[in-house]
Write a protein that binds this ligand. Structure first.
Ligand code: ZN
Length: 540
């Protein structure tokens, strides 16, 4: 026998089986009892909340031969018929085509009476996907409602349905199920299937499914098919391709500690492992919400989870709200870009800055009392160390050696073309960063940019290759670039002017060594020190 999915097996067969949606069901049952059946209904609500199931039950219940209670009697031939074989109950999936042909066909067919049932029912799933012309055809039919024909229009996006159609329908709102309703239903299924699952795993499934029972049951199905002796929460996370909860808490810790180096390596790691960044951010958002709940309630979460939240309970509420706000923007931007990694870096660093200098050392872990909280200054320095200081020094030298006003003004004139990449999916984040940069010193091969914030310098360094690629697109030539803070840049300019006055000249140094080759590092360092140290090379 082929395997029947749990979802199909436990799909409600009558109103009394449906989980939640009590208000909707009460009204529908009353309309049957009082024989006041409408001719068009809209079932609106999030996915997996029972719209199609209730539509199917309703289409049987109106036809049931003994429906005095409003529900299916379960005994008559109608109640026991197979919906797929029933020509008077027609299901159309508007998502699978634009629907215009099918709606036209409805217009022709509805003139006919039901072939043998009392009511002919059309269930149109995802009705918002219908094309304009299909909606117009549907509207024509609704304007002259034929006898004994019922339309049930199901949708997850009510706002996309034309007002002219809405005004001719009775609307029912399907609500997300509560976590408890889903939890109880999952336990009911487990009991029936004679399977055991830790309560915290069931709870997690209920939480992940976010009010959608169908998703919850499908996930339960997958979890049970793991055939492991003991299934853990992390099994569930890895099943849906997600990080463990502790890893998400780690990210929050790094942000709150302004531990920029760890933030960036976290992003590198999850990105390289193909994790869903939107999902990670949404889970972080849930944790932040839970911190607020934890701070204002008593015993709302289980003990283990509260312990995790407690670490963050001392964060100032304004900072939490600011964090949540940035996270919201991040999630929106992640959905829009092709360059998710850079967007994630920019926002996570931005979020880290919320806590920079404001509230350091807030995390004192009970078990890690001796863990040293690195100050953010040190973090920045360490992150800077990631890029090659020697190369930076050489590029600064080379920019100065070839500095040329004419080249600079030509470069600056064309710089506004970066604006054209602001909405380019590949380069948008880089373009936005470059628009904050000031081209300070321009030579034929090198450019020094300056930024007000050190944080932008870090981002620049991290994305140097992409930046050079974009500049090459705009200027049709390859520049080697370097970024400094405005303060550092001023220092270098002063030093340069002094040296020039003293008759000291800067010489071009070939940047032959690749960044990653450590072999030549020492030599480069020597050369660079010669230039920027006390003994500056004196030419002539
Ligand atoms: Zn019946």
């Amino acid at each position: 026998m082929s395997y029947i999915s749990l979802y199909r097996k436990y799909r409600p067969k009558k109103f009394s089986d449906v989980v939640g949606q009590e208000v909707v069901i009460k009204i529908l049952k009353n309309s049957i009892v009082n024989n006041k059946i409408g001719h068009a209904y809209i079932f609106s609500g999030p996915r997996g909340t029972g719209k199609t199931s209730v539509a199917k039950i309703f289409s049987k219940a109106v036809n049931c031969l003994s429906n005095d209670s409003g529900d299916l009697c379960g005994k008559c031939e109608i109640c026991n018929m197979n919906l797929e074989d029933e020509i008077d109950i027609i299901e159309i999936d508007a998502a699978s085509n634009n629907g215009v042909d099918e709606i036209r066909e409805i217009r022709n067919n509805v003139k006919l009476l039901p072939s043998h049932l009392k009511y002919k029912v059309y269930i149109i799933d995802e009705v918002h996907m219908l094309s304009t012309s299909a909606f117009n055809a549907l509207l024509k039919t609704l304007e002259e409602p034929p006898q004994n024909i019922i339309f049930i229009l199901a949708t997850t996006e009510f706002n996309k349905i034309p007002a002219t159609v809405v005004s001719r329908c009775q609307k029912f709102d399907f609500k997300k199920l509560t976590k408890k309703q889903i939890f109880d239903r999952l336990n009911y299924i487990l009991e029936n299937e004679k399977r055991n699952l830790n309560s915290d795993v069931v709870d997690l499934i209920a939480q992940i499914s976010d009010g959608g029972l169908r998703d919850a049951i499908n996930l339960l199905d997958q979890v049970l098919s793991l055939e492991k002796k003991e299934i853990s929460k992390d099994d569930v996370y890895s099943l849906i391709g997600d990080l463990s909860e502790d890893r998400i808490f780690d990210l929050l810790k790094y942000i709150v500690n302004s531990d920029i180096k760890s933030v960036l390596s976290f992003i590198d790691d999850v990105y390289n492992n193909g994790k869903n960044l939107v999902n990670i951010c949404e889970r972080l958002q849930i944790i932040i919400r839970n911190i607020i709940i934890y701070n204002n309630t008593n015993g709302y979460f289980d003990e283990t989870y509260e312990k995790k939240l407690q670490e963050f309970s001392k964060i100032n509420i304004n900072n939490i709200l600011e964090l949540s706000n940035e996270l919201f923007n991040l999630i929106n931007n992640l959905r829009k870009t092709n360059n998710q990694k850079v967007i994630m870096e920019i926002y996570c660093l931005k979020m880290s800055l919320i806590f920079d200098n404001k509230e350091k050392n807030i995390i004192t872990e009970e078990n890690e009392n001796d863990k040293k909280i690195i100050t953010s200054k040190d973090d920045k320095k360490e992150a800077e160390d990631n890029i090659n200081d020697e190369i930076k020094k050489i590029r600064i030298n080379n920019s100065l050696a070839g500095a040329n006003k004419q080249l600079k003004s030509e470069f600056v004139n064309k710089y506004k073309e970066i604006n054209e990449y602001v909405s380019n999916k590949e380069y948008n984040s880089i373009a936005n960063l470059l628009l904050k940069a000031v081209p300070e010193i321009v030579s034929d091969k090198n450019i020094i940019f300056s930024f007000k914030n050190n944080f932008d310098v870090i981002l620049f360094d991290k994305n140097e290759e992409l930046i050079q690629k974009l500049l090459e697109k705009i200027y049709n030539k390859k520049y080697l670039v370097v970024a400094l803070t405005s303060d550092d840049c001023e220092k270098i300019k002063k030093e340069y002017i002094n040296n020039i006055k003293k008759g000291i000249k800067y010489e071009y140094i070939e940047e032959k060594a690749s960044k990653k080759k450590k072999k030549s590092k020492d030599k480069l360092e020597e050369t660079a020190e010669d230039i920027f140290g006390d003994e500056i090379i004196k030419v002539d």
